[in-house]
Design a protein around this ligand. Structure first.
Ligand code: GLU
Length: 271
């Protein structure tokens, strides 16, 4: 009898210890009172440092704000790069990644994704009059991109005879193009448009070629936590229905922005 009581106590103790570990990210965030979001800090219009306030601002930051507001918690931003965002999320250093990240099947092995919240496609950025018009013209040439991005892989797959030089971020890839170390820089069209928009001489540059690939962006969420993923998806859909999504979109991509881009797609909406 004594042995049974002891075993029962042990069982209860183990269970009590296991419960916090089983608690989902949603409870963790609510308890902490803060959503920790991984965002880029060098991508114009999505995640960049505001010169005046020194704060990170952009469309991806606004997506984080929408989620934090819906959860009723504060927002903390942590800078990520294309290479660090998935490991940081998988290791629990951030709760969410909003960082121009394409929802790729292969990335599903490490993390999960929200519904698509932005649609981009990969293109080439070149100096006007360079003669480079498509990936075919990259044969035997150097092209600049970023480590850990889909862009560096896609361009090599589309043109196996080019040399890809990969940097930590897109402004560095653009700089390589300016310095003549590469004949083109490549990534998503909207990021390239942002780089041109932020440049001192925007008229010197152009985006060329047919789309190399479709790049649907998803918010990265921890693997196998459907309660949290549901909350993120519902927050996005609510924002679409309330007009908050459109407001954020217009702020960064509306007619008065540096990168005007009509919103041509709708968010997936569950009834
Ligand atoms: N959307 C692409 C990706 O997820 C390129 C942009 C980026 O590097 O964030 O890799």
């Amino acid at each position: 009898m004594k042995k049974l009581a002891l075993m029962l106590t042990m069982f209860c103790l183990i269970l009590a210890m296991a419960i916090p570990a089983l608690a989902g990210r949603l409870e963790e965030i609510e308890k902490r009172g803060t959503l920790i979001c991984g965002v880029k800090d060098t991508v114009p219009q999505f995640g960049m440092v505001d010169e005046k306030t020194k704060q990170i601002v952009g469309f991806d930051v606004d997506m984080c704000k929408i989620i934090a507001d819906k959860l009723g918690v504060k927002l903390e931003l942590k800078p990520v790069t294309s290479a660090t965002r998935i490991p940081m999320l998988a290791q629990g250093q951030v709760d969410l990644v909003a960082a121009t990240m394409t929802h790729k099947k292969e990335r599903e092995e490490q993390i999960d994704f929200s519904i698509t919240y932005f649609n981009a496609s990969q293109k080439l950025l070149v100096k006007k009059g360079s003669g480079i018009k498509s990936v075919a013209d990259l044969k035997g040439k150097k092209v600049a991109s970023v480590k850990g991005s889909t862009s560096e892989k896609n361009v090599k797959a589309a043109q196996p005879d080019c040399t890809v030089i990969s940097f930590e971020n897109y402004p560095e890839a653009f700089l390589a193009l300016k310095q003549g170390k590469a004949v083109a820089a490549t990534t998503d069209d909207v990021i390239l448009a942002g780089l041109i928009g932020a440049d001192d001489n925007p008229d010197e540059w152009e985006i060329v070629g047919e789309p190399i690939s479709a790049e649907p962006y998803g918010l990265g969420v921890p693997e196998n936590d459907s309660d949290f993923r549901d909350a993120v998806n519902v927050a996005l859909m609510d924002a679409w229905e309330s007009g908050a999504f459109q407001k954020a979109y217009d702020k960064w991509f509306g007619p008065k922005s540096k990168t005007p881009l009509p919103l041509t797609w709708t968010l997936e909406l569950w009834p």
